[in-house]
Design a protein around this ligand. Structure first.
Ligand code: NDP
Length: 251
């Protein structure tokens, strides 16, 4: 029996691939055999170099996903440079923190546009290509706040719970077309995004006490879940939100 997690010959697009979770996932997919299109504002040069060192084809694609303008180009450039598009990982995301009583429209729109609107339209652009080719895999990056409320992050919570609903809806619509749509919900992961939380000694201790695994997750911890959801090992998994959280939700 061949390895069900093998991604040899597949082309994966990962947004926000220059750092953090996006980089961890891009390199895990490359290690499993996929060629990589690393999409983002900051050129993902290091990610691409590391993927090439693994023997993969890898390309940087510049795009600012705070608007949906580039989504068609991202798909076209990937297909042009790498010959196809089999896997989409919607990872790029931002957060804005403030009390809900003071939260501004600007912070609401910035988060919703990047974390939810661009995700939907990139799914649409990629799926149009995938339908024509007979199938594909879409992985959206959700959050613990897909399941929980959080505090002082109203647009982030709305965007990530929106990702949960959208993932299920698109799975319903596209399963019969050979496209799997699933999500990964990371717990507390050690990235630039969470540097301030980790630097706050009291908050860091509270977080660690609450995580059954007793440690922050790493970007590499997200890689195995991504390889599973990108590979034929998950062909019968649809609309699932896979928590990779060291047990946070189990508590
Ligand atoms: P980072 O801040 O380390 O990385 C975010 C990535 O998104 C960067 O590559 C960034 O690129 C990119 N990005 C942001 N805005 C845009 C934009 N407008 N256009 C293109 N790319 C953009 O964060 P993480 O790695 O921690 O987060 C990655 C994802 O995981 C996010 O969706 C986040 O919500 C989610 N997540 C993270 C958790 C954690 O604990 N870290 C927990 C749960 C979910 P650039 O450098 O150019 O800004």
């Amino acid at each position: 029996m061949s390895n069900p997690f093998d991604l040899t010959g597949k082309v994966a697009v990962i947004t926000g691939a220059n750092t953090g979770i996006g980089q961890g996932i891009a390199l895990a997919l490359a290690a499993a055999g996929a060629d990589i299109a690393a999409v983002g504002r900051t050129p993902a040069t290091e990610t691409v170099e590391k993927a090439r060192a693994l023997g993969r084809r890898a390309e940087v694609i510049s795009a600012d996903l705070s608007t949906i303008d580039p989504v068609g180009r991202v798909v076209d450039e990937t297909v042009e440079k790498l010959g196809g598009l089999d896997i989409l990982v919607n990872n790029a995301g931002i957060i804005r923190r403030n009390d809900s009583l003071d939260f501004t429209e600007e912070d609401w729109d910035a988060v919703m546009d990047t974390n939810l609107k661009s995700v939907f339209f990139l799914c649409q652009a990629a799926a149009r290509h995938m339908v024509a080719k007979g199938g594909g895999k879409i992985i959206n990056i959700a959050s613990m706040l897909t399941f929980q409320g959080g505090i002082r992050v109203p647009s982030y919570t709305a965007s990530k719970s929106g990702i949960g609903g959208l993932t299920k809806l698109l799975a319903n619509e596209w399963a019969a077309k050979g496209i799997n749509v699933n999500a990964i919900a990371p717990g507390y992961i050690d990235t630039n995004n969470t540097a301030a939380l980790q630097a706050d000694e009291t908050r860091n201790r509270q977080i660690l006490e609450r995580i059954p695994a007793g440690r922050w997750g790493s970007p590499e911890d997200m890689g195995g879940a991504a390889v599973f959801l990108a590979s034929r090992a998950s062909d019968y998994v649809q609309g699932h939100i896979l928590a990779v959280d060291g047990g946070w939700l189990a508590r």
